[in-house]
Design a protein around this ligand. Structure first.
Ligand SMILES: Cc1ncc(C[n+]2csc(CCOP(=O)(O)OP(=O)(O)O)c2C)c(N)n1
Ligand SMILES: [Mg+2]
Length: 360
């Protein structure tokens, strides 16, 4: 018998849950401005998240998917990208979208059921939120193949959940990424749950990263609550893709601290004590401790930042609530470039029957 293939999956962590460096740090970790920007991005994401849930609970926003506890994955991966790269997010990448320049108003409009919120004024090339699981993985292949054909030094960055890696579209996408050697990075935001299905019941594989091996591309794991590590690993994967070496998979290990969405009640299927213990891994507290020790981050800095973020969020909420809601017939306007004849009549019938509404 001869061994014809073998593989190893590496796991990277730079800063442990107590905020201590546990490995030789990358240059980023010694750049106070860069660290503070990451901290601000994570704090904004968390505060926006809380506001979005409050708006949903008071009937002023639709179903919303929280990223509580997952801020380091979503902000870390976006911070590694260049503006000209393209993000293909799932519904849990609010932090990445904000970092990329999607406005808080656009996010509120989207989650308020208004498709104008997906017509980003900032990152024009970024894809809208993908709700159908893993569909964005295939879109990423299309985008990445276009970059390759046009010889543009851009990378398609696709983010999907742990559960999404059980979907055929994920396997098809990574297989094609390997075969076509396209500039793509697949980040698995492994929050340990696919609604009520725990990671252990989703797949018998030891790591999700090793699914990449079967596609002929590298896969590795990172501590998804260590923003420095996420940023570093995704940056490396991006450099590789940009340099013509092809796609890779980064599995970021984190934990979904929230319900699946505002339409879910996670206390029905998971142990509250286990969830509470996960707060010890909070990515924001970890960076705050690291910052206070490595750089100067005082209580006054923290208070100033919170004031500034509150103002930014309140201003977006005010503008959102003052935006007249979309007319019901506009639901026909964003799927087809040219509306099929069969739907033209339906659109007209809806328009005739509706008077429109608003978000407040
Ligand atoms: C193709 C498809 N199948 C099923 C669903 C229903 N669904 C919505 S979220 C979800 C679980 C996804 O879990 P995961 O990929 O881990 O992402 P997470 O929600 O944890 O971020 C499922 C099955 C869907 N949206 N699309
Ligand atoms: Mg999940």
């Amino acid at each position: 018998m001869t061994r014809v293939a073998s593989f190893t999956i590496n796991y990277t962590q730079f800063v442990d849950p107590a905020g201590r460096a546990v490995a030789a740090l990358p240059p980023l970790a010694k750049d106070p401005a860069a660290l503070i920007a990451l901290y601000r991005g994570m704090m904004l994401t968390r505060r926006f998240d809380a506001k979005a849930i409050a708006l949903q609970r008071t009937g002023r926003l639709g179903t919303y998917a929280s990223s509580l506890g997952q801020e380091a994955v979503t902000v870390g991966l976006a911070s590694a990208m260049r503006p000209e790269d393209v993000l293909l997010p799932s519904y849990r990448e609010t932090g990445a979208q904000i970092w990329r320049g999607v406005s808080l108003l656009e996010l509120l409009l989207y989650w308020g059921g208004d498709e104008r919120g997906s017509n980003f004024a900032g990152p024009r090339g970024d894809f809208p939120v993908a709700v159908p699981i893993a569909s964005q993985c295939l879109h990423a292949i299309g985008a990445a193949y276009a970059f390759k054909l046009r010889r543009e030094p851009r990378v398609a960055v696709c983010v999907c959940g742990d559960g999404a890696t059980s979907n055929g579209a994920f396997y098809e996408a990574i297989n094609t990424a390997g075969a076509w050697r396209v500039p793509a990075v697949f980040v698995i935001n492994n929050n340990q749950w696919a609604i009520s299905m725990p990671r252990s019941a989703q797949s018998a594989t030891a790591t999700l990263a090793q699914k990449a091996i079967a596609a002929g591309i590298p896969g590795e794991q990172v501590d998804g609550n260590d923003v420095i590590a996420v940023r570093h690993l995704v940056e490396r994967a991006l450099e590789r893709a940009r340099g013509g070496e092809g796609a890779s998979v980064v599995e970021a290990l984190t934990y979904r601290m929230s319900d699946h969405t505002t339409a879910d009640d996670a206390s029905r299927y998971r142990d509250g004590e286990v969830v509470s213990k996960e707060w010890a891994n909070d990515p924001i507290a970890r960076l705050r401790t690291f910052l206070s020790e490595a750089v100067v981050w005082t209580k006054a800095d923290e208070e100033r930042l919170i004031d500034e973020l509150n103002r930014e969020i309140d201003d977006a909420v005010e503008r959102y609530l003052a935006t007249p809601g979309p007319k019901p017939e506009t639901m026909f306007d964003h799927l087809y470039a040219l509306l099929p004849a069969a739907l033209v009549g339906q659109r007209a019938a809806v328009a005739a029957a509706s008077a429109g509404g608003d978000h407040a």
